[in-house]
Design a binder for this molecule. Structure first.
Ligand code: URA
Length: 316
């Protein structure tokens, strides 16, 4: 399996324009669902934003500062704060709120999101987690963002487990058995995952188990970058609702898409990465362990899991 290399955006202006459109759609959806509480700009703020200077980027399509929404400077770099003058014009709360939701919804290689904000936003505090997760599963069930996957799947596989889990496992994507049952990690790799969970004195019901993508790729191929990008918003929303203390990325694909890195799993595994107030531990995928069932591989995974358990126990 080749690892996906997220492509660089060809046109940043077009890219940000499409991100903004996605953001608007998502905010409206969340607002309808009672999840988002980002206030609308006042007419005065919209006017002020219209008069703000346009950004200096190339594309003629770019009017980000002219319509009172996000500025390029707000999205340009991983940890960049919005430009203060622009933020003041568009209202700091609106810019911060929009940025936060934007980054949660669209994890793109051009926009690294690590530590920019923490899971557990005020508006997520009071949601009924069962209902919120069920709503996402319902959206996933009718999702056709990836035409090929939507056409070939038997069931979508949103993920399952405790909505209050302190620990979330994230795999790559459903396999044949998962596609048949609509449940994550129920095939051979899933059996090993169950043993891994039990090895740290937990039960499957206590954790949440899901994947980077929610539909089985044909012949279990590695998810394509556009498929992962299409599906990441669902995962981000799940994590936002569950607010785990620890996330365990199973395998290179999960680690790469969550951490937005090209580093391989062998290099990444075994240590924690701060991830929005949670700690993220990459480890080998159970399917890899099955293919390389050596004492060394098993020891490494066990060591990683012990660290996961210790971090869970330490977390308040
Ligand atoms: N492999 C995965 O990555 N996820 C599953 O759900 C099953 C196998």
């Amino acid at each position: 399996m080749t690892e996906p290399r997220p492509d660089a955006p060809s046109d940043p202006c077009r890219e940000i324009g499409s991100i903004a459109a996605g953001l608007r759609a998502r905010l409206e959806g969340e607002s309808r669902a009672g999840l988002a509480a980002v206030r609308r700009a006042t007419p005065a703020e919209v006017e002020a934003a219209k008069n703000a200077p346009k950004c200096g980027m190339r594309s003629a399509e770019c009017g980000m500062n002219g319509n009172g929404r996000l500025s390029h400077s707000a999205l340009r770099t991983p940890h960049s704060a919005p430009d203060s003058a622009e933020a003041a014009r568009a209202s700091p709360e609106a810019v911060a709120g929009a940025l936060k939701h934007e980054l949660a919804a669209h994890v793109h290689p051009a926009v690294r999101t690590l530590d920019l904000f923490e899971f557990g936003s005020a508006e997520a505090e009071n949601v009924n987690r069962d209902e919120a997760l069920a709503r996402i599963a319902a959206e996933v069930a009718v999702c056709d963002r990836c035409r090929e996957l939507a056409a070939s799947r038997t069931h979508t596989v949103p993920g399952q487990g405790s909505p209050h889990a302190k620990l979330v496992f994230v795999g790559e994507g459903p396999g044949e058995e998962e596609d048949r049952q609509g449940l994550a990690f129920v095939g051979r790799a899933g059996e090993l995952l169950t043993k891994m969970i039990e090895a740290i004195a937990l039960a499957r019901e206590q954790v949440f188990i899901c994947n980077i993508i929610k539909c089985r790729p044909p012949a279990n191929r590695t998810p394509m970058p556009d498929e992962a990008s299409n599906c990441m918003p669902y995962l981000m929303r799940q994590l936002e609702i569950i607010r785990p203390k620890v996330i365990c990325a199973l395998g290179g694909t999960a680690a790469k898409w969550l951490l937005q890195t090209h580093d391989g799993i062998t290099r990444l595994r075994g240590r924690f990465y701060p991830y929005r107030g949670a700690q993220l531990m990459p480890t080998f995928h159970p399917a890899y362990v099955l293919r390389n069932y050596t004492p060394d591989t098993r020891r490494k995974v066990y060591d990683d899991l012990l660290k996961v358990k210790a971090a869970m126990d330490e977390a308040k």
